[in-house]
Design a protein. Structure first.
Ligand code: BGC
Length: 915
């Protein structure tokens, strides 16, 4: 093993970054060391243009005395457009060791200024093709290259969705490009390396162009379509660098030709209709005869707001095979994928030409076992394929995605239905984020819950954090996103994903600081009669995504730059709230979603019983606190003062309004108590009383929750933090309705929108709002990682620079739990296991970090690390006996602690009282 090495170089979170317009990209690396307690003491970075090579660096930091190994901004000479940069790094550590240079990594700039766009937005000539009709367009251009090519890049995007072809081949595996942004203000383009596909002589480019989010139907509102524009367009710019050092640029312009092809219809919600008999073979090959194709014309769409791809690309990340073919009581043939998934079906068939196959997609079967589409509302999620014939053919839709577990198949002539198992494969589609976390414990249903959370995240992180992936909605609901962001950041690396989304939030935030319900916001000029109130459509706990999400990214990734970028947006949100209502410190006006879907809601009312003004004021305090904390990080002294005072006033006002003088919270709901505790609105005895009361509310309800979107995410955390961990564990393990495990006993493979999406009697929640893939209640994942397994951070040293490991154990109801996280500094692991009376806690701490480890119930005398008494253990810096057990501070490395542990009765006094 190498003593000290540098690995995992990333630039703006990417291992390779092809096409960024970031002018000061941030670099990061990880250390690998064979010694415990390793810290970086210095680094040296070299960056060079790839053509020059690292022997001639453009930027050499020299030795920099610093422990910083993440978020290190490039600070060399201005970067040039369309240039590849190599970089490498070496480090020194606290043992005086010097590493070798790392393997070089690279990033590449795209177009750093809009003036470099020479291409024009093009679309079929209005006179030739009815631009109002729905078929996808084919656009093509033949071009000649005068010699051998050294390298070539395409920068491309679309108003709509596009797939790009070069010489008959797709140029990438991206799907649903260019993704969804607030197109009027920000429009992503993609960069492709096409060096290998070009050759001297004749070549051809082809673009397949569909509607997507840009054009066509979007949102549930009848008739609402073409929100961003009523004509699709493509923008393509190919830069060819010849072996001889010269350069040529081929761009989209009205010399391109257009036609329609096999895609007769494609829509995000409704599916796709594809007639393979209309395919034009070789349409993106140079030799194709396009004489009969129509002309194109240029559209005057803007170029100024084009941005290079920020998010992870969306891809097919897994292919799943169906599990069984069912014949329903109604006589339908239905394929069961075995997993509620998001993506599309790939159909592989060998049938006569003209065979019309229809695939309908649904999430569940009804009580009778029939195919059920009621909860899709108006979304059709239907694919129709007309076969080409003459041999095996394979097809998957291009410009749509579906949320489904069951596929109803019609029109496919097979003798034996089980043959369908070979015809259908499920292609899982989402933003291709790096997987970072895993959680597991001794309870199989909890493990299934964790799997469901991950599937919920995959299905709803299709470029935008959506509420659901199936009905006529699929929108970036801000409330859902803020509720789930911390859980999301455990399971996957969501840095690029939320960076992009938060920039859209900023772009769509209104001048008065209010934050729309959904981002990107296709609802801005729409007023739903249900959204009562005079103000702009915004809501507490939804708009607070403006503060909660950037803060979460700062904590999880140390992303100070994003925090700085978002700061004005965060401040505008808080100032917006301050301007609401008649009282500066109370938010008691306007429309709010309240504790959405809380079970204490009155019949047929979606809004839980917790008073709206209590929720709004509690979140007002929380957002103000986050803003104040962000001001501290960013060194804005004046704002630190202003918002500390504001916070103080809100807290006082909250207490005057909602707390009796003797410390009783005026609203007797679980959610009210959760928020008061979580957001620090009760102190001292009132805090104890509030916690006691929350515990009572849960215990008296037989360990069932009543919370909705707003209270659920924090419920277990505040119980665990305030002495009622056992109650939290019992809540988690509740298998009866309502609780996290109830859906699993009903066979759920994703998180449901309602605690009773399927009721105990097998009937459904009403059709109008019943998603079986809604990640919001999956926010319990955060507690699984941080409390049950105990993998957490000290927030004063974000990005897990100072790790906090404190497994709260399973209150005698679980025997082990473990979590891993590929953190910015490297892999963190924590695993506890109780065998008889022996508790083992294994932890791994990455180099260049330290950890505080709390071993519950341990005594200093009996504690061993890898069999040794603590005194002799390398890497353990301090050890002390504390009320919880033993508190250690340790350096990097792997440790295995063992000690006798005896579960002494119920952990919480109140439990005893109510038993
Ligand atoms: C969505 C929710 C969203 C809500 C607003 C629903 O239709 O699916 O998840 O947050 O509207 O209350």
């Amino acid at each position: 093993m190498i003593a000290l090495a540098v690995t995992d170089l990333t630039c703006e979170y990417h291992r390779t970054l092809l096409g960024t317009d970031c002018k000061r990209p941030r670099l990061a690396w990880k250390l690998v060391s064979d010694r415990r307690g390793t810290l970086q003491t210095a680094y040296r970075i070299q960056v060079a243009e790839a053509d020059a090579g690292l022997a001639a660096p453009l930027w050499d930091t020299g030795r920099v005395e610093s422990d910083r190994s993440i978020q290190v901004p490039y600070a060399g000479p201005a970067l040039r457009s369309r240039t590849r940069y190599l970089w490498r790094v070496k480090v020194w550590d606290n043992f005086g060791r010097e590493s070798d240079w790392s393997e070089p990594a690279w990033w590449e700039t795209a177009l750093l200024s809009p003036v470099e766009w020479k291409a024009q937005w093009i679309t079929p000539d209005a006179r030739a093709i009815d631009p109002e009709s729905e078929p996808a367009f084919l656009l093509r251009k033949r071009f000649t290259l005068r010699g051998p090519v050294r390298s070539a890049r395409i920068y491309a995007t679309a108003a709509g969705l596009y797939e790009l072809y070069l010489n008959g081949r797709p140029v990438s595996d991206h799907v649903l490009a260019p993704g969804w942004t607030s197109y009027r203000r920000r429009h992503q383009y993609q960069t492709y390396d096409v060096t290998a596909v070009l050759h001297a002589g004749e070549n051809a480019l082809g673009v397949l162009l569909g509607d997507g989010w840009y054009k066509g139907r979007l949102t549930w509102v009848p008739g609402r379509k073409n929100i961003y524009g009523d004509r699709r367009a493509a923008l393509v710019q190919l830069h060819v660098y010849y072996e001889d050092g010269t350069e040529e640029v081929i761009v989209s312009d009205p010399t391109w030709k257009a036609a329609t092809g096999p895609i007769l219809f494609a829509s995000i919600y409704d599916g796709e209709v594809y007639d393979a008999r209309l395919e034009q073979p070789d349409w993106s090959e140079a030799g194709f005869d396009d004489r009969n194709w129509a002309p194109t014309e240029a559209l005057a769409l803007p170029l100024e707001h084009l941005v290079a791809q920020e998010n992870w690309p969306t891809r097919v990340t897994e292919v799943i095979r169906p599990q069984q073919v069912l014949r329903t009581p109604a006589g339908d043939t239905v394929v069961d994928m075995g997993q509620n998934m998001v993506g599309r079906v790939r159909l592989t068939v060998d049938v006569p030409a003209g065979t019309r196959i229809r695939l309908q997609h649904a999430e569940v079967l009804d009580r009778e076992g029939n195919f059920y589409t009621g909860n899709l509302r108006t979304a059709k999620q239907t694919v129709e394929y007309v076969a080409r014939g003459g041999g095996p053919e394979s097809y998957a839709p291009h410009f749509t995605f579906m949320g489904f577990r069951y596929v109803k198949v019609e029109g496919l002539p097979v003798q034996d239905p089980s043959a369908l198992l070979d015809c259908i494969a499920g292609e899982v589609i989402h933003s291709d984020m790096e997987r970072t976390g895993a959680f597991e414990c001794s309870h199989p249903l909890v493990n299934q819950l964790q799997r469901n959370i991950v599937w919920g995240q995959r299905g709803n992180f299709v470029d935008v954090p959506t509420d659901c992936p199936q009905r006529d909605e699929r929108l970036g609901w801000t409330g859902d996103a803020q509720v789930f962001v911390r859980t999301a950041a455990f399971n996957y690396h969501v840095g690029p994903f939320f960076t992009k989304w938060l920039r859209d939030l900023r772009a769509d935030q209104r001048p008065d600081g209010s934050v729309p319900f959904v981002v990107p916001n296709p609802l801005d000029d729409y007023h739903d009669p249900n959204w009562k109130g005079d103000g702009p459509p915004t809501s507490a706990a939804w708009g607070d995504a403006a503060t909660i999400c950037p803060w979460a990214l700062y904590l999880c990734y140390g992303d100070e730059r994003l925090l700085a970028e978002q700061y004005d947006s965060m401040k505008a949100w808080v100032e917006f709230i301050r301007a609401q209502g008649e009282d500066e410190y109370l938010w008691n006006t306007g429309f709010h979603f309240g504790d959405w879907l809380g079970l204490d809601a009155k019949e047929n009312n979606y809004v839980g019983a917790t008073p709206i003004d209590l929720i709004a004021t509690a979140f007002y305090a929380y957002s103000t606190r986050i803003l104040r904390d962000a001001a501290v990080v960013l060194g804005k002294a004046e704002d630190v003062r202003t918002y500390s005072e504001l916070l103080h006033c809100i807290q006082n006002r909250f207490r005057e309004e909602f707390l009796t003088p003797r410390g009783r919270l005026a609203a007797p709901t679980q959610t009210a108590h959760v928020l008061a505790l979580m957001f620090g609105l009760v102190e001292g005895e009132a805090r104890e009383r509030t916690a006691r009361e929350l515990n009572r509310l849960v215990v008296e309800n037989n360990y069932h929750l009543t919370t909705g979107f707003v209270g659920t995410p924090y419920l277990c955390a505040v119980l665990s933090d305030n002495g009622y961990h056992e109650t939290a564990v019992r809540l988690l393990l509740q298998e009866e309705y309502p609780g996290w495990l109830y859906p699993i006993t009903r066979g759920a493979t994703t998180i449901w929108e309602h605690w009773d999406s399927i009721k105990p009697d097998g009937s459904f929640w009403s059709d109008d709002m019943n998603s079986f893939n809604h990640y919001a209640y999956g926010a319990i994942g955060d507690w699984l990682y941080r409390y049950l397994a105990g993998l957490d951070m000290d927030e004063r040293a974000p990005a897990y620079k100072r790790i906090r490991i404190y497994p709260r154990l399973g209150a005698g109801l679980l025997t082990h739990a473990c979590a891993t996280l590929e953190s910015p500094y490297g892999r963190i692991e924590t695993a506890w296991r109780l065998e008889g009376e022996l508790l083992t806690v294994a932890v791994q701490v990455p180099a260049n970090t330290t950890a505080e480890v709390i071993l519950p119930g341990a005594s200093l005398e009996a504690l061993r690390e890898s069999g040794q008494p603590l005194g002799a253990v390398e890497g353990v810096h301090t050890a002390e006996q504390v009320p919880e057990g033993v508190r250690l501070t340790v350096g990097s490395g792997a440790y295995r602690f063992t000690y006798p542990f005896c579960q002494t009765g119920p952990a919480t006094p109140i439990d005893r009282k109510f038993r």
